[in-house]
Design a binder for this molecule. Structure first.
Ligand code: DSN
Length: 478
C-alpha cells in the first residue's frame, strides 16, 4: 500500500468525521501529533499498522454475532463467521495452539473467560450434573446455592501485583481476588527473581485449582515447563497470561520452555501490546477446555467486536512474517540497551536488568515516588507509567517505580544508541526533579519541582531522535 493511499484515506475519513463532530476529528488529529512528538515508553502500548487500524473502521462494527462460528444467536453472520474463523486459524498457526478464541474484548475479559472455563470444566458440582439433565428453570434454590458455594470457594495462586503480576491474578480488590480464595507468590527479596522452589512450596501447601503465571511488570523471562511441573504436582490447572510478551512468543524470541503455549492448559493474551495488533484479547486452550471457552460469549462476554476480530486476523498475518520476528528480537535487544544505559548512569533496576521488553526503574534513589517521577517525565515529553516495586512502601497508587517498555519505540526504528540516549534523558529529568510539598507545607508524594530548562533540554534532544524515526512516516494529513 502506498503512502499516498494511506494519507488520502485518513484525510478523507477525518473530513467525513468533521462534517458530523469536528471536535472528534480535531482530537484524532491531535492524538497523532502528540504520539508523533513524544517518547512512548509505556510497556503495554505500541503502534499498530495502518492496515490493522483501517480494518477496525468498517461496517463489521454494526453486526451482532453472539455465539460462535456457525452457532450464532443472530441471523446474517456469514461474513463474521469468515472473519472469526480466519482470525482463529491464524492464531492457532502463529502460536501452535490446538484452539484459539478471538472474541475477548480485552485482557481482563480473556482472563474471565479462562476462569469461567476452568470452573465449568473442573468443579465437580451436583449442579452441573443436574444442569446437563434438566431444563435450567427446573433447578431448585438448593441447587443454585450449591453452585454458588462450589464455584465461590475455589483456590487461585498467582503472582502478587507488587512482584509484577496483574490485577486479575488474584489481587484482593480485583474480582479475581474476591471470587477465588486466593494466595499470591512473590519474588526473592534479595534478587527480585522468581523463586520456583518457593512457588512450589506455596502450591503444595495451598493446593490451588488454578496456578496463574505471567506478568505485567516483571522484567524477566519465566520457565513455563517448571510452572507446569508445579501445577501437575498439586493437580492445578496452569493458566498463563502472556498479554505483555505475546509478541515475543509470536516472534520466536521466547521459545522452548519460555514459550507458555505448549505448557499451559489455557494461555490468555491481549493483542495490542508487543503483538502490535488491535486493542483486544484472546484465549488459547488445550482441547479439553475448548468447549467451555467457546461459551465465553454470551456466558461471560458481550457480543464480539467483529471489526476488531477482523483486525486481529490482519495483525496475526503480519506477525507470522520474518519482519515481525526481526522486530521482536529488536524489542528484547533494545530493552537490554535501555537497562545498560541506566546501570552505567548509576540508576537502580528491579532484578538488576531485563531479558524481556520491560525495564522497571526504582526511583526511590532519586528521592521521588513513582507518581512524581511519572509526572516530571511527562512534562519533558517522556510518557511512562508509575508502577509498584516489590514490597513497595508507597503502595499501588504512589509507588516507587516507573515501568518502561521498548515495543513502541522499536516499531519507530529506535535502536541501541537511541535507547542509551533515552536512559540519559530519563536520568537527566529525575536527577533534576525534587519532591514537592503539600499545601500545608508537609512532604508530598504527588507534587514535584522540575528544574528550570530541563523539560526544554530533554524535549529538544528527543525531537532529534523522533524526527529521525517518524511515526507512520508516509502519512501526511491534508
Ligand atoms: N494495562 C495493562 C498494562 O499496562 O500492563 C495491563 O492491565
Amino acid at each position: 500500500m502506498t503512502d499516498s493511499l494511506i494519507s488520502s484515506a485518513y484525510s478523507q475519513a477525518l473530513e467525513v468525521i468533521a462534517s458530523v463532530e469536528p471536535r472528534i476529528a480535531e482530537a484524532t488529529r491531535q492524538e497523532l501529533a502528540d504520539q508523533r512528538s513524544s517518547l512512548k515508553l509505556i510497556a503495554s502500548e505500541n503502534y499498530a499498522s495502518p492496515a490493522v487500524l483501517m480494518t477496525m473502521g468498517t461496517w463489521f462494527s454494526d453486526k451482532y454475532a453472539e455465539g460462535t462460528v456457525g452457532h450464532r444467536f443472530y441471523a446474517g453472520c456469514q461474513n463474521v463467521d469468515t472473519v472469526e474463523s480466519l482470525a482463529a486459524e491464524h492464531a492457532r498457526e502463529l502460536f501452535g495452539a490446538p484452539y484459539a478464541y478471538v472474541q475477548p474484548h480485552s485482557g481482563i475479559d480473556a482472563n474471565l473467560v479462562a476462569f469461567w472455563s476452568i470452573l465449568a470444566n473442573k468443579v465437580e458440582s451436583p449442579y452441573l450434573e443436574k444442569m446437563q439433565a434438566k431444563n435450567v428453570n427446573e433447578l431448585s434454590e438448593a441447587d443454585w446455592e450449591t453452585l454458588r458455594h462450589e464455584f465461590g470457594n475455589q483456590r487461585l495462586l498467582g503472582m502478587s501485583l507488587d512482584a509484577g503480576g496483574h490485577l486479575t491474578h488474584g489481587f484482593r480488590p480485583n474480582i479475581s481476588g474476591k471470587m477465588f480464595h486466593q494466595q499470591q507468590y512473590g519474588t526473592d527479596p534479595e534478587t527480585g527473581l522468581l523463586d520456583y522452589d518457593a512457588v512450589a512450596a506455596k502450591a503444595r501447601e495451598f493446593k490451588p485449582l488454578v496456578l496463574v503465571a505471567g506478568y505485567s511488570a516483571y522484567p524477566r523471562r519465566v520457565n513455563f515447563a517448571k510452572m507446569r511441573e508445579i501445577a501437575d504436582e498439586v493437580g492445578a490447572v496452569l493458566m498463563v497470561d502472556m498479554a505483555h510478551f505475546a509478541g515475543l512468543v509470536a516472534g520466536k524470541v521466547f521459545t522452548g520452555e519460555e514459550n507458555p503455549v505448549p505448557y499451559a492448559h489455557l494461555t490468555t493474551t491481549t493483542t495490542h501490546k508487543s503483538l502490535r495488533g488491535p486493542r483486544g484479547g484472546m484465549v488459547l486452550a488445550q482441547e479439553e477446555f475448548a468447549a467451555d471457552v467457546d461459551r465465553g460469549c454470551p456466558m461471560v462476554l458481550g457480543g464480539p467486536l467483529s471489526h476488531v476480530m477482523a483486525a486481529k486476523a490482519v495483525a496475526f498475518a503480519e506477525a507470522r512474517t520474518p519482519a515481525f520476528q526481526d522486530y521482536a528480537q529488536k524489542v528484547a535487544d533494545n530493552a537490554k540497551s535501555l537497562a545498560e544505559g541506566f546501570l552505567t548512569r548509576g540508576a537502580n533496576l528491579v532484578t538488576g536488568g531485563t531479558d524481556n521488553h520491560i525495564v522497571l526503574l526504582d526511583v526511590s534513589s532519586f528521592g521521588l515516588t513513582g507518581r512524581q517521577a511519572e509526572s516530571a517525565l511527562l512534562d519533558a515529553g517522556v510518557v511512562t507509567n508509575r508502577n509498584s516495586v516489590p514490597a513497595d512502601p508507597n503502595g499501588a497508587w504512589y509507588t516507587s517505580g516507573v515501568r518502561l517498555g521498548t515495543p513502541a519505540l522499536t516499531t519507530r526504528g529506535f535502536g541501541h544508541d537511541e535507547f542509551d540516549t533515552v536512559a540519559d534523558l530519563i536520568v537527566d529529568v529525575l536527577s533534576n526533579t525534587g519532591a514537592g510539598t503539600t499545601k500545608a507545607g508537609g512532604p508530598s508524594k504527588a507534587s514535584y519541582v522540575l528544574g528550570d530548562g530541563v523539560a526544554d533540554r530533554v524535549t529538544s534532544r528527543s525531537a532529534e531522535m523522533l524526527d529521525k524515526h517518524p511515526l507512520y512516516p508516509g502519512l501526511v494529513l491534508s
